[in-house]
Design a protein around this ligand. Structure first.
Ligand code: FMN
Length: 211
């Protein structure tokens, strides 16, 4: 499942997601670990075409802004890359983060405030894997301004939209990430990401420091 999972943009069919399937996917997200058992997430399920269209227009605007920062080969490459399937997917799930849940005194968060946000991301990964196991696709869209999404969905101040996820049946899951297929970016080999005993710059053999 971990290797089958893909960020999906272009393969959504728009077919319905049965309620029991959606329930299992959300239950998997809700089963994620969280700092101090704070479960700081909420899930906003959006089917409304009008709401998704408003978001999609905003994404288009943000896409254009990002495109304007590119030039040459990068700019040309970016025009080929689809960055969301908001309208083609069956529904959207917005995952939010409430830093006040369980506060004050969230066990394990006193020195790392971001541990709450990490917890919300684990819920997202659980959702992503569970959806993949159900044969569904998920696409994470981050081309947005938090204020816009808060206003659109009536999210109270202090609660952050962490992810806009497109969800639904797909024709297939690609074997290779879109960004790699478009030569935008490439995955690093595992050995470059693994450090033994201490941090070391890539390609410099064993870490300095105590044996
Ligand atoms: C935090 C986060 C934000 C992302 N935002 C976007 C996005 O706005 N648009 C998009 O097309 N993909 C987005 N992605 C998907 C990544 O591009 C994708 O995960 C990566 O290229 C690896 O591909 P894979 O997920 O298919 O393995 C996002 C992924 C993460 C984790």
């Amino acid at each position: 499942m971990i290797y089958r999972r893909r960020d999906v943009r272009a393969q959504f069919t728009g077919a319905p997601v049965p309620e029991d399937v959606l329930e299992r996917v959300l239950a998997a997200a809700h089963a994620a670990p969280s700092v101090g058992l704070s479960q700081p997430w909420d899930f906003i399920v959006i089917e409304s075409v009008r709401t998704r269209k408003a978001f999609s227009d905003h994404v288009g605007h943000e896409r254009a802004l990002f495109a304007s920062t590119l030039s040459g080969d990068r700019a040309a490459r970016f025009t080929q890359i689809k960055i969301d399937g908001v309208m083609e997917s069956t529904l959207s799930v917005v995952v939010t983060y409430d830093s006040q849940r369980g506060a004050p005194g969230v066990l394990g968060r006193h020195s790392i405030a971001d541990a709450g946000l990490y917890s919300a991301c684990l819920a997202i990964e659980n959702l992503w894997l569970a959806a993949t196991a159900e044969g569904l696709g998920v696409g994470w869209v981050s081309f947005y301004r938090e204020r816009m999404v808060q206003d659109l969905l009536g999210i109270p101040d202090g609660i952050r939209p962490v992810a806009w996820l497109c969800l639904g049946p797909v024709t297939h899951h690609e074997a290779v990430p879109d960004l790699e297929r478009h030569s935008w970016a490439h995955r690093r080999p595992l050995r470059q990401a693994v450090h033994r005993e201490a941090w070391r710059p890539a390609g410099q053999g064993r870490a300095a420091g105590p044996a």
